[in-house]
Design a protein around this ligand. Structure first.
Ligand SMILES: [Zn+2]
Length: 267
Protein backbone atom coordinates (compact mmCIF):
# COMPACT_ATOMS: atom_id res chain seq x y z
CA UNK A 1 0.00 0.00 0.00
CA UNK A 2 1.52 3.36 -0.97
CA UNK A 3 1.82 5.97 1.73
CA UNK A 4 0.53 9.40 0.81
CA UNK A 5 1.00 12.80 2.39
CA UNK A 6 -1.97 15.17 2.34
CA UNK A 7 -3.43 18.19 4.09
CA UNK A 8 -6.58 17.12 5.94
CA UNK A 9 -9.45 18.48 8.01
CA UNK A 10 -11.03 16.11 10.53
CA UNK A 11 -14.79 15.92 9.80
CA UNK A 12 -15.74 13.23 12.28
CA UNK A 13 -14.07 11.25 15.03
CA UNK A 14 -15.06 8.22 17.04
CA UNK A 15 -13.00 7.08 19.99
CA UNK A 16 -12.18 3.44 19.37
CA UNK A 17 -10.90 1.33 22.25
CA UNK A 18 -8.87 3.01 24.98
CA UNK A 19 -6.12 4.15 22.72
CA UNK A 20 -7.37 4.52 19.16
CA UNK A 21 -9.59 6.77 17.06
CA UNK A 22 -11.53 6.27 13.84
CA UNK A 23 -11.44 9.49 11.86
CA UNK A 24 -13.23 10.77 8.79
CA UNK A 25 -10.68 13.04 7.17
CA UNK A 26 -11.31 15.41 4.28
CA UNK A 27 -8.01 15.15 2.43
CA UNK A 28 -7.28 17.93 -0.05
CA UNK A 29 -5.99 15.71 -2.86
CA UNK A 30 -7.64 12.41 -1.89
CA UNK A 31 -11.14 13.40 -0.85
CA UNK A 32 -12.94 11.96 2.14
CA UNK A 33 -10.89 9.14 3.65
CA UNK A 34 -11.68 7.09 6.72
CA UNK A 35 -8.62 6.20 8.76
CA UNK A 36 -7.81 4.48 12.01
CA UNK A 37 -5.32 6.21 14.28
CA UNK A 38 -3.99 3.31 16.32
CA UNK A 39 -2.43 4.31 19.59
CA UNK A 40 -3.59 7.92 19.28
CA UNK A 41 -3.98 8.18 23.05
CA UNK A 42 -1.09 5.90 24.02
CA UNK A 43 1.77 7.76 25.62
CA UNK A 44 5.43 6.78 25.36
CA UNK A 45 7.71 6.70 28.41
CA UNK A 46 8.77 10.25 27.52
CA UNK A 47 5.10 11.33 27.68
CA UNK A 48 4.75 11.94 23.95
CA UNK A 49 1.96 10.30 22.02
CA UNK A 50 2.07 9.34 18.40
CA UNK A 51 -0.50 11.90 17.16
CA UNK A 52 0.02 14.65 19.73
CA UNK A 53 -2.61 13.21 22.08
CA UNK A 54 -5.19 12.53 19.41
CA UNK A 55 -6.93 14.30 16.57
CA UNK A 56 -9.88 16.56 17.30
CA UNK A 57 -12.92 17.47 15.21
CA UNK A 58 -12.14 20.31 12.75
CA UNK A 59 -8.37 20.02 13.31
CA UNK A 60 -6.32 20.86 10.24
CA UNK A 61 -3.20 18.75 9.87
CA UNK A 62 -0.64 17.25 7.55
CA UNK A 63 -1.36 13.54 7.49
CA UNK A 64 0.48 10.49 6.21
CA UNK A 65 -1.78 7.51 5.59
CA UNK A 66 -1.85 4.42 3.41
CA UNK A 67 -3.87 5.12 0.34
CA UNK A 68 -6.14 2.14 -0.14
CA UNK A 69 -9.59 3.17 -1.45
CA UNK A 70 -10.62 -0.49 -1.62
CA UNK A 71 -10.17 -0.82 2.14
CA UNK A 72 -12.70 0.61 4.51
CA UNK A 73 -10.18 1.95 7.02
CA UNK A 74 -6.70 3.07 6.09
CA UNK A 75 -4.13 3.26 8.89
CA UNK A 76 -3.10 6.80 9.80
CA UNK A 77 0.69 6.83 10.13
CA UNK A 78 1.50 10.43 10.99
CA UNK A 79 -0.43 13.55 11.94
CA UNK A 80 1.11 16.96 12.33
CA UNK A 81 -1.37 19.53 13.64
CA UNK A 82 -1.37 22.81 11.67
CA UNK A 83 -4.41 24.56 13.14
CA UNK A 84 -6.62 23.50 16.05
CA UNK A 85 -8.99 26.45 15.44
CA UNK A 86 -8.85 27.55 19.07
CA UNK A 87 -10.37 30.93 18.15
CA UNK A 88 -13.55 29.09 17.01
CA UNK A 89 -14.04 27.51 20.41
CA UNK A 90 -14.58 30.76 22.28
CA UNK A 91 -18.32 30.86 21.55
CA UNK A 92 -21.02 28.29 20.76
CA UNK A 93 -22.31 29.75 17.48
CA UNK A 94 -19.00 29.45 15.56
CA UNK A 95 -18.45 25.94 16.96
CA UNK A 96 -21.91 24.77 15.87
CA UNK A 97 -21.56 26.31 12.42
CA UNK A 98 -18.11 24.75 11.98
CA UNK A 99 -19.32 21.31 13.09
CA UNK A 100 -22.34 21.65 10.82
CA UNK A 101 -20.07 22.57 7.90
CA UNK A 102 -18.11 19.38 8.61
CA UNK A 103 -21.31 17.32 8.79
CA UNK A 104 -22.59 18.77 5.51
CA UNK A 105 -19.32 18.04 3.70
CA UNK A 106 -19.19 14.47 5.04
CA UNK A 107 -22.80 13.91 3.87
CA UNK A 108 -22.78 15.38 0.37
CA UNK A 109 -19.29 14.48 -0.86
CA UNK A 110 -18.51 10.89 -1.87
CA UNK A 111 -15.55 9.10 -0.30
CA UNK A 112 -12.26 9.12 -2.24
CA UNK A 113 -13.51 11.83 -4.59
CA UNK A 114 -11.03 14.74 -4.51
CA UNK A 115 -12.43 18.29 -4.22
CA UNK A 116 -9.38 20.53 -3.65
CA UNK A 117 -11.26 23.79 -4.29
CA UNK A 118 -13.95 22.82 -1.80
CA UNK A 119 -11.25 21.82 0.69
CA UNK A 120 -9.73 25.31 0.38
CA UNK A 121 -13.19 26.87 0.84
CA UNK A 122 -13.77 24.83 4.01
CA UNK A 123 -10.35 25.75 5.37
CA UNK A 124 -11.03 29.44 4.71
CA UNK A 125 -14.57 29.24 6.10
CA UNK A 126 -13.39 27.69 9.38
CA UNK A 127 -11.25 30.82 9.81
CA UNK A 128 -14.06 33.19 8.79
CA UNK A 129 -16.48 31.63 11.30
CA UNK A 130 -14.60 33.21 14.21
CA UNK A 131 -15.11 36.69 12.74
CA UNK A 132 -18.22 38.94 12.73
CA UNK A 133 -18.69 37.90 9.06
CA UNK A 134 -19.61 34.35 10.06
CA UNK A 135 -23.28 34.29 9.01
CA UNK A 136 -22.76 35.50 5.44
CA UNK A 137 -19.56 33.50 4.97
CA UNK A 138 -21.31 30.34 6.15
CA UNK A 139 -24.19 30.90 3.73
CA UNK A 140 -21.71 31.52 0.91
CA UNK A 141 -19.85 28.30 1.79
CA UNK A 142 -23.05 26.23 1.76
CA UNK A 143 -23.86 27.51 -1.74
CA UNK A 144 -20.39 26.49 -2.97
CA UNK A 145 -20.78 23.09 -1.36
CA UNK A 146 -24.14 22.51 -3.06
CA UNK A 147 -22.72 23.57 -6.42
CA UNK A 148 -19.62 21.37 -6.06
CA UNK A 149 -21.74 18.36 -5.08
CA UNK A 150 -24.21 18.95 -7.93
CA UNK A 151 -27.10 19.68 -5.55
CA UNK A 152 -27.72 23.37 -6.27
CA UNK A 153 -31.48 23.96 -6.08
CA UNK A 154 -33.21 25.88 -8.84
CA UNK A 155 -33.93 29.35 -7.46
CA UNK A 156 -34.13 31.71 -10.43
CA UNK A 157 -37.45 30.47 -11.87
CA UNK A 158 -40.30 28.23 -10.73
CA UNK A 159 -39.14 24.59 -10.47
CA UNK A 160 -42.64 23.47 -11.51
CA UNK A 161 -43.69 25.70 -14.45
CA UNK A 162 -40.47 27.57 -15.27
CA UNK A 163 -42.18 30.94 -14.83
CA UNK A 164 -41.05 33.95 -12.83
CA UNK A 165 -41.36 33.73 -9.04
CA UNK A 166 -43.00 37.08 -8.27
CA UNK A 167 -43.79 38.48 -4.84
CA UNK A 168 -45.09 35.30 -3.19
CA UNK A 169 -42.39 32.66 -3.12
CA UNK A 170 -42.36 29.05 -1.97
CA UNK A 171 -39.71 26.36 -1.78
CA UNK A 172 -40.23 22.68 -2.44
CA UNK A 173 -37.62 20.15 -1.32
CA UNK A 174 -39.18 17.46 -3.53
CA UNK A 175 -38.88 19.72 -6.62
CA UNK A 176 -35.44 20.98 -5.48
CA UNK A 177 -36.35 24.57 -6.08
CA UNK A 178 -38.44 27.67 -5.75
CA UNK A 179 -42.13 27.47 -6.66
CA UNK A 180 -44.39 30.31 -7.85
CA UNK A 181 -47.79 31.29 -6.53
CA UNK A 182 -49.60 29.54 -9.38
CA UNK A 183 -47.94 26.20 -8.65
CA UNK A 184 -47.86 26.19 -4.84
CA UNK A 185 -51.27 24.52 -4.49
CA UNK A 186 -50.13 21.49 -6.53
CA UNK A 187 -46.89 21.20 -4.53
CA UNK A 188 -47.81 19.58 -1.20
CA UNK A 189 -44.41 19.94 0.46
CA UNK A 190 -43.88 23.64 -0.33
CA UNK A 191 -42.93 26.07 2.38
CA UNK A 192 -43.60 29.74 2.00
CA UNK A 193 -40.45 31.83 1.98
CA UNK A 194 -40.11 35.59 2.10
CA UNK A 195 -39.62 36.59 -1.56
CA UNK A 196 -37.05 39.21 -0.49
CA UNK A 197 -34.94 36.49 1.12
CA UNK A 198 -35.11 34.42 -2.05
CA UNK A 199 -33.90 37.43 -4.06
CA UNK A 200 -31.15 37.94 -1.50
CA UNK A 201 -30.05 34.32 -1.94
CA UNK A 202 -30.00 34.73 -5.73
CA UNK A 203 -27.93 37.90 -5.45
CA UNK A 204 -25.41 36.15 -3.16
CA UNK A 205 -25.10 33.27 -5.65
CA UNK A 206 -24.30 35.73 -8.45
CA UNK A 207 -21.71 37.82 -6.59
CA UNK A 208 -18.29 38.16 -8.24
CA UNK A 209 -15.36 36.22 -6.81
CA UNK A 210 -11.74 36.82 -5.97
CA UNK A 211 -9.36 34.20 -4.57
CA UNK A 212 -12.13 31.59 -4.50
CA UNK A 213 -14.40 33.66 -2.22
CA UNK A 214 -17.37 35.85 -3.05
CA UNK A 215 -16.56 39.54 -2.78
CA UNK A 216 -18.93 42.33 -1.72
CA UNK A 217 -20.84 39.79 0.38
CA UNK A 218 -23.52 41.78 2.26
CA UNK A 219 -23.52 41.59 6.05
CA UNK A 220 -26.36 39.28 7.10
CA UNK A 221 -28.13 38.73 10.39
CA UNK A 222 -29.59 35.49 11.70
CA UNK A 223 -33.00 36.90 10.94
CA UNK A 224 -31.98 36.53 7.29
CA UNK A 225 -29.71 33.48 7.43
CA UNK A 226 -31.82 31.21 9.68
CA UNK A 227 -34.63 30.78 7.11
CA UNK A 228 -32.11 30.33 4.30
CA UNK A 229 -30.10 27.81 6.33
CA UNK A 230 -33.34 25.96 7.02
CA UNK A 231 -34.23 25.95 3.34
CA UNK A 232 -30.81 24.48 2.47
CA UNK A 233 -31.03 21.92 5.29
CA UNK A 234 -34.51 20.78 4.14
CA UNK A 235 -33.23 20.52 0.59
CA UNK A 236 -30.14 18.47 1.54
CA UNK A 237 -32.08 16.16 3.89
CA UNK A 238 -34.71 15.52 1.27
CA UNK A 239 -32.17 14.98 -1.51
CA UNK A 240 -30.10 12.51 0.52
CA UNK A 241 -33.01 11.01 2.49
CA UNK A 242 -30.91 11.43 5.63
CA UNK A 243 -31.19 13.64 8.66
CA UNK A 244 -28.55 16.21 9.49
CA UNK A 245 -27.78 15.81 13.17
CA UNK A 246 -26.74 19.41 13.84
CA UNK A 247 -29.67 21.25 12.23
CA UNK A 248 -31.50 21.83 15.55
CA UNK A 249 -28.36 23.44 16.97
CA UNK A 250 -27.83 25.90 14.16
CA UNK A 251 -31.52 26.82 13.92
CA UNK A 252 -31.93 27.08 17.67
CA UNK A 253 -34.41 29.75 18.73
CA UNK A 254 -35.93 30.24 15.32
CA UNK A 255 -39.51 29.35 16.09
CA UNK A 256 -40.50 32.72 14.61
CA UNK A 257 -38.58 32.09 11.41
CA UNK A 258 -40.18 33.64 8.30
CA UNK A 259 -40.37 30.17 6.72
CA UNK A 260 -43.50 28.34 7.72
CA UNK A 261 -45.23 25.36 6.34
CA UNK A 262 -48.11 26.69 4.22
CA UNK A 263 -51.53 25.93 5.55
CA UNK A 264 -53.06 23.00 3.75
CA UNK A 265 -54.94 23.97 0.61
CA UNK A 266 -58.60 23.15 0.57
CA UNK A 267 -58.73 21.89 -2.98
ZN1 LIG B 1 -44.89 27.87 -11.32
Amino acid sequence: MPLVNDRCICLRKVEYSETSQILTLFAREHGITRVIAKGAHRKTKQGASKFGGGVDLLDLGEAVFSHAPERDLAPLCEWSLQDGHLELRQALRPVYLAQYAAELVSMVIEEHDPHPDLFDRLQQTLQDLSTPRREEEFLSFQLDLLREAGYMPSLQTCASCGGAIGDRAYFSASLSGAVCRNCEHVTPDRMEIDARLLRLLQSVINLPRAGGKRVRLPQLTRHQTDPLNKLIADHVQHTLSRRLRLVPYILNGTSKSPIQKSSQSTY
